[in-house]
Design a protein around this ligand. Structure first.
Ligand SMILES: Nc1ncnc2c1ncn2[C@@H]1O[C@H](COP(=O)(O)OP(=O)(O)OP(=O)(O)O)[C@@H](O)[C@H]1O
Ligand SMILES: [Mg+2]
Length: 591
């Protein structure tokens, strides 16, 4: 890209630079600062003054240094080679940079986001020369990883007549693979395209959501489901398990593409992802989980403004795959660190602070981010979706703080992490009292179709029991458990079983780490059989002690660890054993 001098540094305030003598610059333009050419973005423009947010350490930059304009906004490169790569917040490929500059990222380093040398096997689509084509059209495919066949799309702004299309063969991302005669002349199309990160990519239509994103986490899928194209927040205090949940979903959910944004979190968590994901095998395809994953790492030791950019970079990559017709899931851990970056930058620009020092535009920014989630009809007429799952880390675990409160307004699903559950090592520590999902009605038809029409009533029945248990526990606290009749103590008993056998899920266990929809449903049904028949037996005079003594219960508690997802037969057998044990017990009792 051509560079021109657009002004000079006037004042340096950490990552924020005030420029003077500015001409011929535009708002949000990507600029380079000083002789080392630090990457930055114009975030305010007034007369001949500009404020520039710099994505690298500004040490050594001094008044009078030149600022170079690029003529375009901060963009990402889209094309083959994204999957399996780990980028920083402005899409610099970290591994390649480390190779070039050693353990420290050299400032101003320039490495393209997509490898320029690598050749990809391009297979042209069946498009006739002379056909009318427009933005979003699929002009060919590239097998990007074993698992992902990337569809090469015309950039959204192209419209015209196809003049030529490359034959099947090896091409770099920059080589021309198609020529389109547009109104403004002939345009060469390469596999790579660019897109400004702060602008949502266009779609034909926003669709109502109607399918769940199956995460494999039972408390989520069964109690608080998220839809494909939905937006979720996971608020939780320090150490309550936000990252573990994000990792579990990134590993086991049934999205086709995962974009994982590590935003201002500890570096070792990203290292975990990097070392762990390639070794994990995708249960659906048998390939490595890295073959569907893009990582964006902006750990706590990297510049704060790149952190601000990272979530836009991530969501833009997600939209690019959505535009190809994929279901994409974005994890952002943690959006609070991103909001803190906004606060810091805003403070340095001496803007008027609003609540707790956050800028007044915080809610707008949060809304803009989550609005990029959705189920969409793409420009080419396919369906794709972006689901966004954002962790929120309220200081002191206090959900009344601004980031949690504003986020709550813009998401329809809320998985509230509970400190007490985490302390009791009940993981995932998702509170069944404070969490909710407004996607329930939309995903119910899918569930009923997949696992049977009793899904809705089963789910409500167990939730209702959990709510009744809370009140009973209050009574127990006052007067002790012995004051309750067996019928009520049995409710507590069933809820305890449900929490241990179903809600708690061990991310480190090879079997328990994820459960399919079918396994979850059968597990729930077994517990509900115990509840329904047990309650009936107690009504007829059976004692709780005898019910509790049934040997089969020990196997029910362990079923999550012992029975494989594929082995539904074993769950059916367990269910049958429970019925038989209850039959026997009733028979003895009735004698
Ligand atoms: N599903 C789980 N299974 C087993 N252990 C878990 C699970 N979830 C959380 N833990 C335990 O809780 C610890 C903290 O979890 P995690 O790092 O995800 O919390 P966090 O909320 O992201 O913390 P921070 O606020 O520091 O970012 C983990 O190291 C692990 O020991
Ligand atoms: Mg964390």
């Amino acid at each position: 890209m051509e560079e021109r001098i657009i002004g000079q540094v006037n004042r340096v305030n950490g990552p924020v630079i005030e420029a003077a003598g500015v001409s011929d610059a535009m708002m949000l333009e990507l600029v380079r600062v000083g002789e080392v050419r630090l990457v930055g973005e114009i975030i305010k423009l007034a007369g001949d003054r500009a404020i520039i947010q710099v994505y690298e350490d500004t040490t050594g930059i001094a008044p009078g240094d030149n600022i170079f304009g690029s003529g375009s906004p901060l963009f990402v490169e889209l094309g083959p080679g994204l999957i399996g790569t780990i980028y920083d917040g402005i899409q610099r490929p970290l591994e390649r940079i480390l190779k070039l500059s050693g353990n420290f990222i050299e400032r101003g380093i320039r490495t393209p986001s997509l490898d320029r040398e690598k050749k990809w096997l391009f297979r042209p689509a069946e498009l006739a020369v002379g056909a009318e084509v427009s933005g979003g059209a699929v002009i060919g495919t590239v097998q990007e990883t074993e698992r992902v066949e990337q569809r090469i799309l015309l950039p959204p702004d192209v419209k015209g007549t196809l003049k030529s299309l490359a034959v099947e063969g090896q091409y770099t991302v920059e080589e021309t693979v198609a020529l389109v005669e547009t109104e403004s002349g002939e345009r060469g199309i390469a596999m790579m395209q660019r897109w400004p990160i702060r602008t949502p990519r266009p779609v034909a239509e926003r669709l109502p959501v109607n399918r769940p994103l199956i995460t494999g986490q039972r408390v989520i899928d069964t109690l608080f489901p998220v839809a494909r194209g939905g937006a979720v927040a996971i608020p939780g205090g320090f150490g309550t398990g936000k990252t573990m949940i994000q990792h579990a979903i990134a590993k086991w959910c049934d999205a086709e593409i995962i974009v994982y944004i590590g935003c201002g979190e500890r570096g070792n968590e990203m290292t975990d992802v990097l070392s762990e994901f390639p070794k994990l095998i995708d249960p659906r395809t048998g390939g490595s989980l890295m073959e569907r994953t893009v990582l964006i790492a902006n750990t706590s030791n990297m510049p704060v403004s790149a952190r601000e950019a990272s979530i836009y970079t991530g969501v833009t990559l997600a939209e690019y795959y959505r535009d190809q017709g994929f279901d994409v899931a974005v994890m952002a851990d943690s959006t609070s660190r991103w909001a803190e970056a906004l606060r810091e930058l805003s403070g340095r620009m001496e803007e008027m602070p609003a609540e707790e020092g956050f800028p007044a535009y915080l809610p707008t920014r949060i809304a803009e981010f989550y609005e990029r989630a959705g189920a969409m009809t793409t420009l080419a007429g396919q369906n794709g979706s972006v689901s966004i799952i954002g962790a929120v880390s309220p200081p002191g675990g206090d959900f009344s703080e601004p980031v949690t409160q504003h986020t709550k307004r813009f998401v329809r699903c809320f998985w509230a992490l509970d400190r007490q559950l985490a302390n009791a090592r009940h993981y995932p520590a998702i509170s069944w009292l404070e969490s909710y999902s407004e996607y329930l009605d939309e995903v119910t038809p899918w569930w009923e179709q997949a696992v049977g029409s009793s899904w809705t009533s089963d789910r409500s029945e167990i939730l209702e029991l959990l709510h009744r248990e809370v009140r009973l526990q209050q009574v127990v606290k006052l007067v002790g458990p012995d004051a309750l009749p067996d019928s009520q103590r049995f409710i507590i008993e069933v809820c305890t079983l449900f929490k241990n056998a179903f809600l708690q899920q061990n991310a480190f266990d090879d079997i328990d780490r994820y459960s399919t929809a079918e396994k979850q449903t059968r597990m729930l049904q077994i517990i509900l059989t115990y509840w329904r028949r047990g309650a009936e037996a107690i009504r007829r005079g059976m004692t709780l002690v005898r019910l509790r003594r049934m040997k089969v219960l020990q196997d029910i508690v362990k079923m999550k660890f012992t029975i494989d997802n594929e082995d539904l037969g074993a769950l059916d057998k367990l269910a049958a054993r429970l019925e038989r044990s209850l039959d026997q017990l009733e028979a003895i009792y009735e004698e």
